[in-house]
Design a protein around this ligand. Structure first.
Ligand code: ATP
Length: 136
């Protein structure tokens, strides 16, 4: 099988790099599947999961939005934050989810930044969705 090189990079440094057969994730415009030789493109991403397939193996990386750049032999994902499945702290994500939910409940009463709380909730739910798929 042909492969394509994928890097996930954040301001703190590289998070993931591998040669894979397929990359799939959610762009703002909808689900994206990238195979080797894909036409060059740039797309903004949603808070979501990047799935990286290689044979029967699949790696999952949580990304908090950002951009995906495709060249024929390379995919680069630039994200504000990103974590490989094994690096996700489930307790931390659960606490972040509860905090964000509490802020959203208080949103009308106080001057809570609704959008910010909503995005924090999305990031936490996204991380937890990967934790649920971990193989023990
Ligand atoms: P928190 O409120 O727990 O910090 P957050 O969604 O606000 O969550 P981010 O701003 O997206 O966090 O990320 C800040 C840094 O912390 C990044 O380096 C990110 O990879 C890391 N990080 C955030 N949550 C987790 C988690 N549950 N497990 C591992 N790393 C995390």
């Amino acid at each position: 099988m042909k492969t394509i090189n994928v890097s996930v990079v954040t301001p703190d440094g590289p998070v993931y790099e591998s040669d894979v057969e397929m990359v799939s994730t959610k762009a703002l415009s909808g689900e994206l599947g990238i195979l080797p030789g894909h036409i060059p493109m740039v797309a903004p991403l949603q808070v979501g999961v990047v799935r990286l397939k290689n044979g029967s193996q699949q790696d999952l990386v949580a990304v908090s939005g950002g951009f995906l750049e495709v060249r024929p032999d390379k995919v680069t994902i630039l994200a504000q934050s990103a974590e490989k499945s094994s690096d996700i702290d489930a307790e931390r994500a659960l606490r972040a989810k509860e905090r964000a939910e509490q802020r959203l409940r208080e949103a009308q009463a106080a001057n809570v930044d609704f959008k910010r709380a909503e995005l924090a909730l999305q990031r936490a739910i996204n991380r937890l969705s990967i934790v649920e798929k971990r193989h023990f």
